[in-house]
Design a binder for this molecule. Sequence first.
Ligand SMILES: C[S@@+](CC[C@H](N)C(=O)[O-])C[C@H]1O[C@@H](n2cnc3c(N)ncnc32)[C@H](O)[C@@H]1O
Length: 230
Amino acid sequence: MTKPAKPSALHDARIEAVLERLHSEADRQLGALLFHYLPKLPGLFFGKGIQWDETKTGFYRDKYIPIERDQGEFLYLLARSLNAKTMVEFGTSFGISTIYLATAVRDNGGGVVIGTEIVPEKVTQARKNIADAGLETYAEIREGDALETLKTLKQPIDLVLMDGWANLAIEVLKLVDPHIRPGGVIVSDNVGTFKEALQSYVAFLQNPASRYRSSTLALKGGTEFSVKVG
Ligand SMILES: C[S@@+](CC[C@H](N)C(=O)[O-])C[C@H]1O[C@@H](n2cnc3c(N)ncnc32)[C@H](O)[C@@H]1O
């Protein structure tokens, strides 16, 4: 189910070729994912989203489940506009989103994307994919549970991509929030797909009493865009 190529904002043939290969491999897994979700699909039609019941990596150990191409292009441009030097990613998988973000770091003049991934085989492959794109200098993938590996953040963070398991989103937010600079941004994938599981997380970000201003964008059926204002 490869989509027709459209011009990329990245303007780097080597990186675009790696991304296209990875997106195509991910697209080939869509049948297996659809079959897995089949019993849960009514939730989507009744506006509740898919129930979150996967707290272990099980079925997902070899699944890409990446951000979509449009989300990647959006993240690249957003990171460029923020002149982002330090970014954190909850959920690296095989490195697709990391490659979009690391390209922006490189084009911004240097810095690091701190990725997190709990499945060791995915970490190995993500590092290889990032190196294939020539971006290994701009990404550090921390292997293990993000609730542990993100305890040692120090730098002011310009951008966070939240794309790990929905049931951990609030706990991860607690770890990264103190380090996000004013004007920094959180982009959260899947808030439409896993609507109920991420309800309290989104409610926190959208609460006027929080230090964020936040809105759900119609990217991939629901991507939360949150700006730290305080
Ligand atoms: C939706 S995928 C990430 C996709 C990736 N951002 C991309 O666009 O290519 C979510 C990933 O989070 C990982 N994950 C789940 N729980 C985690 C945890 N506690 N710590 C680190 N990674 C975790 C999963 O193994 C999975 O690979």
